[in-house]
Design a protein around this ligand. Structure first.
Ligand code: FAD
Ligand code: NAD
Length: 478
């Protein structure tokens, strides 16, 4: 039986990055992936294809927005959409990146095995024996590992009453994000269930391309875990873009009917029905442990199906580790990567640590919405005194030149120590701007540190500096 220092199960961003880092540290590594291509949810049907379509659809929306372009002195004639080409571009990007992971595996001498990885509960000279199960259900091979890293990610969650009709060739009328990344025509009316990240991103894509979009959300307001002023500003901007929202409603059913679909929801005491031609179900994701054989080694999952871990991502079984979407916490690709790096560095005898206060969270709508650390509501609840600095993009010279003046930067700093505790940015390229604040939090920087760091002029990043100065009562340009 082949044996390895580390067997990684799952080749998503958590698994493949862990495999590479482990190989760099001199460990012998095998990575088992059940799907035909590497890269997991993120590269195949998540982060990357959604961002490709967000970029293409935003270009289309800019070209279609005669008013916005007109202000630049640009008049556009007849506008045409070649959706097939747009989808083809997305597929090409996915292919380049997933085959790039295969190339990185070869470069790092990582053994890449295709099949479902499954614990057997057996031991071979103190190593865990893992079976690799092929598409036909037969065990293709067994391998042994001193360490096994569970990086099996997540799958789509649903709600009672929703009947997916996932068919070939884009036939699905009631589908998940995976189908919504490949619909062959622009829906006339798309109903999105859930105003979370996927609902907002993919609702934006199809809305920009011409669909009427109605979003049904259970919670009473948009983005309830973010700063209230961020959620309020975002709602105003999305409504301006034509997205329709119903908050505080509970979807009770979604079924395909003929060429379209019917969605039923409860609005207070009233049951309402919407007829539409596509439904995107985006009510969250749940950990993926199907077929993994956790019971064989005595690992139990929690109420949500997550595998429990300690701070270095050890499970309750020696030599078995877990990271990414399959463990409790935010489901983010960059977090899965960092957790994986922490786990394998710990395996190799190095200190490993993930700072959960410094994880940027970005929604790639237009404008983008980015946040990290604590919100003011969380600090109020914890009784921590703080100062807030806020700077509107309207007052930033580069934002004016770009025609991207919607939004603001908000920084929350400790009232006495001035240490940055949290930040939110709504605005163009907020996802890039938040990186500075992630570094600041990681290094325990203060608002004074950011305010005294020289930011190039004219850049959007100057708004970050100005927000920090505002927290100190010294804002210059507002
Ligand atoms: P995954 O990426 O899910 O990878 C797990 C892999 O394990 C899969 O390839 C699966 O096939 C494989 N697997 C499962 N069980 C087995 C088994 N028993 N044997 C072998 N293989 C197995 N996050 C962001 O940070 N930014 C974004 O912009 C973003 N956009 C997203 C857009 C969409 C539409 C979706 C759905 C998600 C998005 N996410 C985004 C979330 C992100 O994709 C996940 O957080 C991330 O992929 C988690 O990484 P992971 O390695 O834990 O799991
Ligand atoms: P989500 O948790 O972000 O949002 C789900 C939404 O559905 C919530 O607002 C919830 O209140 C609502 N909901 C639940 N049941 C409902 C019902 N019966 N009726 C109406 N609304 C209901 O989940 P998601 O958008 O599906 O995304 C899944 C995961 O993927 C997230 O954890 C996210 O972190 C990750 N993701 C990240 C990014 C990014 O980082 N840019 C992009 C896409 C996905």
């Amino acid at each position: 039986m082949d044996s390895y220092d580390l067997i990684v199960i799952g080749a998503g961003p958590g698994g493949y990055v862990s495999a590479i880092r482990a190989a760099q540290l001199g460990l012998s590594v095998a990575c088992i992936e059940k799907d035909a291509t590497l890269g997991g949810t993120c590269l195949n049907v998540g982060c990357i294809p959604s961002k490709a379509l967000l970029e293409s659809s935003e270009k289309y929306a800019q070209a279609a927005d005669k008013k916005g372009m007109g202000a630049h002195g640009i008049a556009i004639g007849k506008l045409e959409l070649d959706l097939g080409k747009m989808l083809g571009r997305k597929d090409k990007i996915v292919k380049q990146l997933t085959s790039g992971v295969a190339m990185l595996f070869r470069k790092n001498n990582i053994t890449s095995l295709r099949g479902v990885g499954r614990f057997t509960g057996k031991r071979e000279a103190d190593k865990h024996v893992i079976e690799v199960v092929g598409g036909d259900g037969a065990v293709a091979q067994s391998i042994a590992g001193t360490n096994v890293l569970i990086a099996t990610g997540s799958k789509v969650a649903s709600i009672p009453g929703v009947e997916f009709d996932i068919g070939e060739g884009g036939a699905s009328r009631v589908g998940t994000s995976t189908e919504a990344l490949a619909w062959p025509e622009v829906p006339k009316h798309l109903v999105v269930i859930g105003a979370g990240v996927i609902g907002l991103e993919l609702g934006s894509v199809w809305g920009r391309l011409g669909a009427k979009v109605t979003v049904l959300e259970y919670m009473p307001r948009l983005l309830p875990t973010m700063e209230t002023d961020v959620g309020d500003a975002a709602l105003k901007l999305f409504k301006r873009q034509g997205l329709g929202f119903h908050f505080g409603v509970r979807v009770t059913g979604a079924v395909a009917v003929g060429d379209g679909a019917k969605v039923t929801y409860q609005d207070g005491d009233v049951e309402k029905v919407i007829e539409c031609d596509r439904v995107l179900v985006a009510v969250g994701r749940k950990p993926m442990t199907d077929g993994l054989g956790l019971a064989a080694i005595g690992i139990e999952v929690d109420r949500r199906g997550c595998v429990g871990v300690d701070e270095q991502f050890r499970t309750s079984v020696e030599g078995v580790w877990a990271i990414g979407d399959v463990i409790p916490g935010p489901m983010l690709a960059h977090l899965a990567e960092h957790e994986g790096i922490c786990a394998v560095e710990t395996m190799a005898g190095q200190p490993g640590h993930v700072n959960y206060e410094a994880i940027p969270n970005v929604i790639y709508t237009h404008p983008e919405i980015a946040s990290l650390g604590k919100t003011t509501a969380e600090l109020d609840e914890a009784g921590v005194a703080y100062r807030v600095g806020k700077f509107p993009l309207m007052a930033n010279g580069r934002a004016k030149a770009l025609g991207e003046t919607d939004g603001f930067v908000k920084i929350v700093a400790h009232a006495e120590t001035d240490r940055i505790l949290g930040a939110s940015i709504i605005g163009a390229r907020a996802g890039d701007l938040i990186a500075e604040l992630a570094v600041a939090v990681e290094f325990s920087a203060s608002a004074e540190d950011i305010g005294r760091s020289i930011h190039a002029h004219p850049t959007m990043a100057e708004s970050v500096k100005e927000a920090a100065l505002d927290a100190l009562g010294r804002v210059i340009n507002f």
